[in-house]
Design a protein around this ligand. Structure first.
Ligand SMILES: NC(=O)c1ccc[n+]([C@@H]2O[C@H](COP(=O)([O-])OP(=O)(O)OC[C@H]3O[C@@H](n4cnc5c(N)ncnc54)[C@H](O)[C@@H]3O)[C@@H](O)[C@H]2O)c1
Length: 255
């Protein structure tokens, strides 16, 4: 995928999916502004890039408008333009991931504020930048198959994992917000789409993987590198008229 001369912000750049997206987008020729809340993790990313002139790492927080505005300004100051972004942040509080009956009202609301609220704010600020500068801008939000389908709770049986109720609310709402913002920004060159991966391999227990993989066609749970092709496509000019869509990448798990 050709991303030559494009400047892209990657939020959550130090995360499992973010690191892979940063590497693939750099290889496709883009200038990358890697943003994460974790300064320490960003330093590791920066060390890997050395003196790469097409790479800038900045600490940033999608729950703070001023922080997002600072990141956008830094991207434009360093590279002269801004053509798109990927939001792959995963904000959550310490109680995130509890079973349905154990989730308190406070934790439900806090996780929605951090995650859905942060994605709303980043989407709003990117759209504002694109509308005000009349720039062509492609935003990709990371959603999930669990924003589309009900959980298959049986795959988690006997493990400490579950599919958190907050996640279902956040990721489904995020897809609809993409439709809302696409409609609202009609007439501009701003577009937003989401990518919904199935589960990503991260050392899960084998019995769980076997149960999960049974629902898939070939590979089962995927690796971060299996997701990036769709993201690069959405960032590229090849998808110029793809707007407000959700791409599911799950080896057939949700079918
Ligand atoms: N891993 C999966 O199985 C999977 C599957 C489907 C969708 N997703 C989605 O993909 C995205 C990335 O997942 P991941 O597994 O790479 O997560 P991760 O936890 O490995 O990485 C997320 C990164 O976001 C950063 N972050 C958290 N809050 C932030 C904030 N307020 N501002 C800026 N950065 C912040 C963290 O420091 C971290 O580096 C998430 O939105 C997740 O819901 C993941």
């Amino acid at each position: 995928m050709n991303l030559n001369n494009k400047t892209l912000i990657i939020i959550g750049a130090a995360g499992r999916l973010g690191r892979e997206i940063v590497g693939a987008a750099l290889e496709s020729g883009a200038n990358i502004v890697a943003v994460d809340q974790s300064e320490q993790a960003l330093q590791v990313l920066q060390a890997k890039q050395g003196n790469n002139k097409g790479f800038l790492a900045i600490e940033g927080d999608i729950t703070q408008a001023a922080s997002i505005q600072r990141v956008i300004a830094a991207a434009v100051a360093k590279f002269g333009s801004l053509d798109g972004a990927v939001n792959t942040a995963y904000p959550r509080n310490d109680n995130y991931g509890r079973s349905f009956f154990d989730v308190t009202y406070e934790d439900f609301c806090e996780n929605l504020s951090l995650h859905l609220g942060g994605y709303f704010l980043f989407m709003q600020q990117c759209a504002k930048y694109a509308v005000e500068t009349q720039a062509r801008f492609s935003l990709v939000n990371m959603s999930s198959i669990y924003g589309v389908m009900a959980p298959r709770f049986e795959v988690y049986a006997g493990t400490p994992m579950t599919m958190p109720v907050e996640y279902a609310a956040i990721k489904s709402a995020l897809q609809h917000l993409g439709s809302y913002v696409s409609a609202y920004t009609k007439g501009s060159k701003f577009r937003v789409n989401s990518v919904s991966p199935g589960g990503i391999l991260a050392g899960q227990d084998q019995a769980f993987l076997d149960r999960y993989n049974n629902y898939c066609r070939e590979k089962g749970m995927l690796e971060p590198k299996d997701i990036v092709g769709a993201i690069l496509f959405l960032l590229s000019d090849a998808s110029e008229f793809v707007v407000g869509q959700n791409f599911i990448i799950d080896d057939g798990f949700s079918l």
